[in-house]
Design a protein around this ligand. Structure first.
Ligand code: CA
Length: 220
């Protein structure tokens, strides 16, 4: 049973969403504020986050960055604001999907299923298996011996198979603890990651360089 973290300060919306998720067999845990969401994630594991962009204490985008610190967490934004710029910003941050209010609970549940399915499909088609809770990645059934930052890069790529992640996005996600990073830092870690993948399969080159853009994980 997938466990969903729902962060929404409007009680009526939260209730409707939680009800729809539970009716479909999901476990829904609700936080009214960003602070509460951070407390919940520190104490448990979630398969996906549904985040309202307009929260009273923390901006939804900033909250996602905090929630993802050191962990892999698929996320869908809920928003009342329609502006396209925000939509782009949301997806740039690495959210997996975006739903504008008002939405039907049925549509929302379908989106949640799709995002969770994408994650599972990747695991079976690409040779990767990601244990987000244990911060471990397996490739072709073998555990990759990764440094903390290599793991962060790998987890970010695994989260959005096929999508291009820019170096800036990777720096933001993986080196968010404030340690120094440059484009070159990212490239160096990609290089060592590739070497570790090749140790398992000499032919394997699933991390693609997207010239002038960044990197993506090849989806088979
Ligand atoms: Ca709100």
């Amino acid at each position: 049973m997938a466990r969903i973290l729902l962060v929404e300060d409007e009680g009526a919306i939260a209730q409707t969403v939680a009800f729809a998720l539970r009716a479909e067999g999901f476990e829904a845990v609700h936080a009214l504020t960003g602070r509460e969401a951070l407390r919940l994630i520190a104490g448990g594991t979630f398969d996906l986050a549904l985040l309202d962009v307009g929260l009273p204490d923390i901006d939804g985008y900033a909250l996602l960055r905090e929630l993802r610190r050191g962990r892999d967490l698929p996320a869908i934004f809920l928003t009342a604001r329609q502006a396209e710029a925000e939509r782009v910003l949301g997806l740039e941050l690495g959210a997996d999907d975006y739903i504008a209010k008002p939405f039907s609970p049925r549509e929302l549940v379908a989106r949640v299923r799709a995002v969770l399915r994408r994650g599972r499909a990747l695991q079976t088609s690409s040779g990767f298996e990601h244990d987000a809770e244990g911060h471990r990645v397996f490739f072709r059934g073998r555990l990759l011996d990764l440094t903390r930052y290599e793991y962060g890069v790998m987890a970010a790529l695994l989260q959005r198979p096929g999508a291009i992640l820019t170096r800036a996005q990777l720096m933001d996600r993986v080196w968010s603890d404030g340690s120094d990073s440059t484009d070159r830092t990212v490239d160096t870690h990609i290089k060592t990651l590739r070497a570790k993948l090749r140790e398992i399969d000499a032919e394997a080159d699933p991390i693609r360089t997207q010239r002038g853009l960044g990197y993506s994980l090849q989806v088979v």
